[in-house]
Design a protein around this ligand. Structure first.
Ligand SMILES: [Zn+2]
Length: 83
């Protein structure tokens, strides 16, 4: 298959790339068990939001935030009063 600009392979490689489930900086390898294909915009968003955190680290962080939210419920007003 051609990688010529405009070809299907070029288009696919331009629109999608591989995300390491265990980041390379943490020793993650470029093997099929550690790679998932994401479209570029989602991949950029992942790293913008979560840097090189793993999925488990992100879940743990979100669960901590959820617990914080539950603990603060009713103590912090959602809106400022206009006095
Ligand atoms: Zn990635």
């Amino acid at each position: 298959m051609s990688k010529k600009k405009g070809s299907r392979k070029w288009e696919r490689e331009w629109m999608f790339n591989e995300h390491h489930l265990v980041p390379k900086v943490c020793g993650g390898k470029a093997n099929p068990q550690n790679l998932i294909t994401l479209d570029i915009s989602r991949h950029v968003c992942w790293h913008f939001l979560f840097g090189n955190l793993t999925i488990d680290e992100v879940i743990e962080m979100l669960e901590r935030l959820k617990r914080c939210q539950k603990n603060r419920k009713g103590k912090i007003p959602h809106k400022r009063s206009n006095k």
